[in-house]
Structure formats: structure tokens, C-alpha cells
Write a protein that binds this ligand. Structure first.
Ligand SMILES: Cc1ncc(COP(=O)(O)O)c(C=O)c1O
Length: 355
């Protein structure tokens, strides 16, 4: 701690992003990016002309992007806010709505939630997943604080049905429920339609995973107009030009290209099945994932060791230190070619032979 840092931040444990090595080419299966490029319409729209315009500020209302999102989800533009990645949107949510109320979330989930609580001085309530790593909605019924869940859940990939989400929202209409749908497009059902019915629900999404734009940093939230207006108050009190010119265009073009989106999601769902089959053949226990990653463990080797040995061989996966999942590695669904290479390498690491 430097001598000028505010004392309230002295103990903060910042979020650790997945490795983004700049030195060598890895098969990169560690941060749940898409293995596919952005839509051709994104590439075409980022023209020389648009680059020339970078001397001008971006549109603080992000109208082009918000309208494209609103059209896609058939909601009004007043129900949408966009941000510099969904991390920024989540930060706005924590800042806006968690003063007196704390935030409750599963004990295994996206690691940024407790960090936001620490950063903004918010009471953090950790609710254990059940023994099968599932969220049990009934565990939240007596909680008066706000609730955030990722659906599918981060790290496990396990998802709740829409009926369970609705039950969570209806348990207590005086608390906010935030559903982080970073991975929803790979097989779960979105809760966006419920935002038209309930004024205590915010759905947060990202274009980093299913829309191939992790590097552009585009995220958004859909909720009733009054919640969105509160989030806009935070945005305009913090960073009014939060989505840059090129990302505004990229996000709008990506969400308009339905065919390419469907094609990439379908390919990832098929590759996920291939990945699970390969891992199970090698003796891994794999949690049932509806995301673009799987969490897997092997009785012969610790999660840390699997991670380290794969890295030595040029394949990056993620080992998350959290106590309950420390035996596992999280593997992003890549292309079938990448998965084949992973399976071949794992077989060598585990058994000294190839499958
Ligand atoms: C559950 C969850 N929410 C949000 C994010 C952040 O995504 P973004 O790239 O939009 O900031 C991630 C990133 O991995 C995530 O796993």
C-alpha cells in the first residue's frame, strides 16, 4: 500500500483476469473468448472513414448500439444501457443499488462480484451452492439484500430454468435480482422478457463471448426504464463516453447479424459436446455445462498440475484457486481442432500415451 492510498482500500483484493500472454502462441482456452472472428459486417463497418472520426468523441447516448440491442430483444430503447464491457455495467449496478442493501451471490461464481463489494464498501453475502454445484433458489428466500447470479453460472456452467429465475424475482419484490447472462447464448434461456414484467430485475449481458467482441469491450443491461435511468445517472457521473466510437459500431453490427451469431453458437454447442466426450473418455469428471466452457477434474492429477502441464505444452486453461473448485480446471470450448490437440496432449500428460 502506497502512503496516499485511501485506508478503506488497503485490504482490497483485486480481480485477477485470466492470462493474456503476449509472448508466444498458445492454444488459448482460458478466458472463454470465442474461437471465431467477429461478424464480417463488423469488419466491414470499421472502415478507414470511421477510424478518421476517432478525433471526435463517441455518442454518449450510444443510440446506435442501444437501438440495435432493443430491436433484437423487442424492448424499448429506454430499457437498455450499454457499457465498456459488462464488467462496467456490473460496476454501475453495484454502485447504484447496493448502499444500504448488501449483495448476495453463490459461493462459486464470477470472481468480480466480491471485488465490487470490497471496492464500493458493500456487504457481501455468500450463499453456498448445493453438493452438485447447483444454485438452489430456495436458499435465497429469506435474504433481504439484493441478489446477483450468473446464469449459466460462472465457473460451473450449470444453468437455472426461467421458472426458477422468476421464482427468485418473485420471492421478494423489494430486493433487486441481477441475472448476469454472460454465457446465456450457449444453451440457457434469457430472462430479458421477464424485465417487461418485473421492476426488480436487471439482466446483464456481454458481447465478449457469443458475439466475438471481447477486445471491443461491449456489454449491456436490460431492465425497466427507472432502473436503467438510475444506471445512466451513475454512467454520466463517471464516464459519459463509456463506449468508444468503434465499439459502438461493432456492437450494433454484431447484434444485427443473426445468421452469423446462430452459426457460431451452434458450432460452439457441438464442440462442447465433443470436448465433454473427449474429457470423459480420458476419465475426467465434467460438470454439465450450458456455457462455452466446462469445469472438469481428474482423480489422477490436481487442477493446478493439469493447468501447469498443459501450459508447458502450449495450451492455456484456467485453474481457479477457490476452495470448492480447486481440483478442477476450467476449459473454454475452442474449435474441434483445438479440442483434438487438447485431448491428445492431456492423454500424454495423464497416461504417457495418446488416444
Ligand atoms: C459471468 C461473467 N460476467 C461478466 C463477465 C465480464 O464480461 P465483459 O468482457 O463483458 O466485461 C465475465 C467475463 O468473463 C463473466 O464470466
Amino acid at each position: 500500500m502506497g502512503r496516499f492510498l485511501d485506508e478503506s482500500l488497503a485490504g482490497i483484493l483485486p480481480y485477477t483476469p485470466g492470462e493474456q500472454p503476449q509472448d508466444m502462441q498458445y492454444i488459448k482456452l482460458n478466458t472463454n473468448e470465442s474461437p471465431y472472428p467477429p461478424s464480417q459486417s463488423v469488419i466491414d463497418a470499421i472502415s478507414c472513414d470511421e477510424v478518421q472520426k476517432l478525433r471526435l468523441y463517441s455518442d454518449p447516448s450510444t443510440k446506435l448500439l442501444d437501438q440495435a440491442i432493443a430491436d433484437y430483444y423487442r424492448v424499448d430503447i429506454s430499457n437498455v444501457i450499454s457499457g465498456n464491457g459488462s464488467d462496467e455495467i456490473l460496476a454501475f449496478v453495484f454502485k447504484a443499488f447496493c448502499g444500504k442493501k448488501g449483495m448476495a451471490c453463490p459461493d462459486v461464481t464470477y470472481g468480480f462480484y466480491p471485488v465490487f463489494c470490497q471496492l464500493f464498501g458493500i456487504k457481501y453475502i455468500s450463499v453456498p451452492l448445493d453438493d452438485n454445484f447447483c444454485i438452489n433458489v430456495d436458499d435465497y428466500k429469506d435474504i433481504q439484500d439484493n441478489v446477483i447470479i450468473a446464469n449459466p453460472n460462472a465457473q460451473t456452467g450449470i444453468c437455472l430454468g426461467l421458472d426458477e429465475i422468476e421464482k427468485l424475482v418473485c420471492q421478494n419484490k423489494n430486493r433487486l435480482v441481477v441475472v448476469d447472462e454472460a454465457y446465456v447464448d450457449f444453451g440457457a434461456q434469457t430472462a430479458v422478457p421477464l424485465t417487461q414484467k418485473y421492476d426488480n430485475l436487471i439482466v446483464v449481458q456481454t458481447m465478449s463471448k457469443s458475439r466475438q467482441l471481447a477486445g471491443a469491450r461491449v456489454g449491456f443491461a436490460v431492465a425497466c426504464e427507472s432502473l436503467i435511468n438510475d444506471l445512466k445517472t451513475i454512467k454520466f457521473s463517471f464516464n459519459p463516453y463509456n463506449v468508444n466510437r468503434l465499439s459502438t459500431i461493432a456492437g450494433a453490427m454484431a447484434i444485427k447479424d443473426h445468421d452469423y451469431f446462430d452459426e457460431c453458437c451452434d458450432k460452439i454447442k457441438l464442440s462442447r459436446k465433443y470436448l465433454v466426450d473427449c474429457l470423459e473418455k480420458l476419465g475426467f469428471l465434467v460438470l454439465p455445462s450450458k456455457a462455452n466452457f466446462v469445469l472438469a477434474k481428474h482423480e489422477k492429477m490436481s487442477g493446478q498440475e493439469v493447468y501447469a502441464k498443459l501450459k508447458q505444452k502450449g495450451i492455456l486453461v484456467r485453474h481457479l484457486g477457490d476452495e470448492r473448485i480447486k481440483d478442477f480446471v476450467r476449459i473454454t470450448v475452442g474449435t474441434n481442432e483445438q479440442i483434438k490437440q487438447l485431448a491428445y496432449t492431456l492423454s500424454g500428460i495423464l497416461f504417457g500415451e495418446k488416444i
